[in-house]
Design a binder for this molecule. Structure first.
Ligand code: 9MR
Length: 451
C-alpha cells in the first residue's frame, strides 16, 4: 500500500498539470486560487469527501486548492469502527489524490469528543486503559501516514465557549494532561508533521481564544511539541469578528503557526444578491486577515461547494455557506477569496447599485460583560422620513438601554425605531443612535438592515 503510493508522483504530476489546463475552473481567465495563494506564501485548502473526487468536483478540488483536509475520513470512528479492525480506504484515497495533485494534506483529527467509535465510547475503561488506547490510536494513525501529512489537527475542540475545558471522554478521565500527551505521542510517530490544536469560536479575542492562548503558551513553556493553532471559522453572514487579525497575530507572536481550518459563512436561505455580496466581503476579510500575518499559513474552506457542506443538515434553513454553488459555479465569495490573495474580481457579481440608505453597526467600547454600540444610518441618493434598524445578535448579546431610538429585543432579534425628533434622514445626511448591551463569550458585529 505504502510503496504503491510512493510510485505515484511522476505520473500524477503530469495528470495534475493536464487537469490545471482543462479544469472548468471558475472562469477561463481566472488564476487558480492555489497559484494566487502560493504567490503570497500561503496554502489554500478545502475539506473533501473521498467518494466525490472525480469529474468536476475532482477537477476543482485538484485545480483550485493546494491543501486537502479529509472531512471525515481520518476520524477515529471512520478508521477503526470495530476495535482492531481498520478501514483506511477513504483516507488513503484522499492522500493519493493529494499527492497526485501536488497538494499538502491536513490530517483531521486524532482526539475529539465526537465521531468516536461506539466500542470506545460505550466501553468502560480505567484512565490507564483509556490513555493507552489513545496512545495506540495516535501512534497507529500518525505512523501510517508518516511523511505524508503536513499538519495534524491533533486535538480538536477541547474548550467550552467560556474557556473552561470541555467535559468529554478525554478530559473527564484523563484531565487536561491528555492534550500534552497526545501532542507528544503524535510527535514521536512523525517528527516532521506540524501539530495543531483546532477549535471553533476562537477566531476573535474572547474567553475561549484566551484559554487556547494560555494553553499554547504553557505547552510551549513546557517544551511540548505544539506547532500551530487552527481557527475553524464556521461563521455566520456578516459576523466576522473584528479582532480576527489581532487574534491571529497574538498566536503568531507566541511562536506558533496559525491556520484557518474550516472556513464557511452560512446564511439564511434563500440566498440573494445582497447576502451573496456580504458573504463575498466576509470571505475576503477572513482571507485578508490571514494574508496579513506571516505565520498564518493556510486558509481551508470546509467544503468548496454548496453541494458538499455540513451546514444545511445541521442548521435547518441555513446554507449556501461555501464559495461555489451546488452546480460548481463560483459565487461572489470565490472572488472574495481571490481578491484577498491579489487576484482579479472577474465576474464577481458586484452588489446592486445603491441609491440608498444604509446602516453601519459598531462597538465603541467593551468591558467585562458590557458594551456600548452605535448604529449610523446614512443616505446617499435617497432619504428617509422614518426608520427602523433591525438585526439579529449572533452570540446571545442583549440590549439593556438605548438612546436616540426606541429598541425592543425579542430573542436574538433587535428592532430600533427612530425617536420623535430624528426620523428624517436627508439625502447626504446621517443619524446615529446608541445603546448599551450585555455579552459573554464573544461579541460579534451583526449586519443591520433598514425596514
Ligand atoms: O463535515 C463534517 C460532517 O460531515 C460531520 O457530519 C460532522 C460530525 O460532527 O463533522 C463535520 O466536520 C466537523 C469537523 O470535523 C470539526 N469541526 C466542526 C465540523 C462541522 O461539524
Amino acid at each position: 500500500m505504502r510503496s504503491l503510493r510512493i510510485g505515484l508522483p511522476l505520473a500524477s504530476l503530469v495528470t495534475g498539470a493536464a487537469l490545471l489546463l482543462t479544469a472548468p475552473a471558475a472562469h477561463a481567465a481566472d488564476t487558480p486560487l492555489r497559484d494566487l495563494a502560493a504567490a503570497k506564501g500561503k496554502l489554500i485548502g478545502t475539506a473533501v469527501t473521498g467518494s466525490k473526487l472525480t469529474g468536476t468536483y475532482g477537477d476543482l478540488a485538484g485545480g483550485q486548492f493546494s491543501s486537502l483536509t479529509p472531512g471525515n475520513a481520518m476520524k477515529w470512528g471512520t478508521v477503526e469502527p470495530t476495535r482492531g479492525s481498520f478501514n483506511w480506504t477513504e483516507a488513503d484515497q484522499i492522500v493519493a489524490f493529494a499527492q497526485a495533485h501536488n497538494q499538502k494534506v491536513r490530517g483531521h483529527t486524532l482526539v475529539w469528543h465526537n465521531q468516536n467509535p461506539s466500542w470506545l465510547t460505550n466501553g468502560s475503561w480505567t484512565p490507564a486503559q483509556l490513555g493507552s488506547l489513545l496512545q495506540n490510536h495516535i501512534t497507529t494513525e500518525v505512523s501510517r501516514y508518516k511523511g505524508e501529512i503536513a499538519a495534524w489537527d491533533v486535538v480538536n475542540e477541547p474548550f467550552n465557549d467560556d474557556g473552561t475545558y470541555r467535559s468529554d471522554l478525554w478530559y473527564d478521565n484523563l484531565g487536561s494532561g491528555y492534550i500534552a500527551n497526545a501532542l507528544t505521542w503524535a510527535h514521536a510517530a512523525d517528527p516532521d508533521a506540524k501539530l495543531y490544536i483546532n477549535d471553533y469560536n476562537v477566531e476573535g479575542v474572547n474567553a475561549k481564544s484566551d484559554a487556547l492562548y494560555n494553553l499554547v503558551k504553557s505547552l510551549k513553556a513546557q517544551g511540548v511539541p505544539i506547532d500551530g493553532v487552527g481557527l475553524q471559522a464556521h461563521l455566520i453572514l456578516g459576523q466576522v469578528p473584528s479582532t480576527l487579525q489581532q487574534n491571529i497575530q497574538r498566536f503568531a507572536d507566541l511562536g506558533v503557526d496559525v491556520a484557518i481550518t474550516e472556513l464557511d459563512v452560512r446564511m439564511q436561505l434563500p440566498a440573494d444578491s445582497t447576502k451573496l455580496a456580504q458573504q463575498k466581503a466576509d470571505f475576503n476579510s477572513v482571507v485578508a486577515a490571514c494574508a496579513a500575518v506571516t505565520r498564518c499559513v493556510n486558509v481551508t474552506v470546509w467544503g468548496f461547494t454548496d453541494a458538499d457542506s455540513w451546514v444545511p443538515g445541521t442548521f435547518p434553513g441555513y446554507g449556501a455557506a461555501t464559495p461555489y454553488d451546488e452546480n460548481y459555479q463560483p459565487k461572489p465569495a470565490y472572488y472574495g477569496i481571490a481578491t484577498a490573495l491579489g487576484g482579479s474580481d472577474s465576474g464577481g457579481g458586484t452588489p446592486p447599485p445603491t441609491g440608498a440608505c444604509t446602516a453601519a453597526y459598531s462597538v465603541s467600547s467593551q468591558w467585562n460583560t458590557g458594551f456600548t454600540g452605535q448604529v449610523t444610518i446614512s443616505c446617499s441618493g435617497a432619504s428617509l422620513s422614518s426608520w427602523k434598524a433591525n438585526w439579529t445578535f449572533g452570540a446571545g448579546q442583549r440590549i439593556t438601554q438605548a438612546w436616540n431610538a426606541t429598541c425592543t429585543q425579542s430573542g436574538t432579534a433587535v428592532s430600533c425605531a427612530n425617536a420623535s425628533y430624528n426620523g428624517s434622514v436627508p439625502d447626504g445626511g446621517s443619524v446615529t443612535f446608541g445603546f448599551n448591551g450585555s455579552w459573554s463569550g464573544s461579541n460579534p458585529v451583526p449586519t443591520v438592515t433598514l425596514g
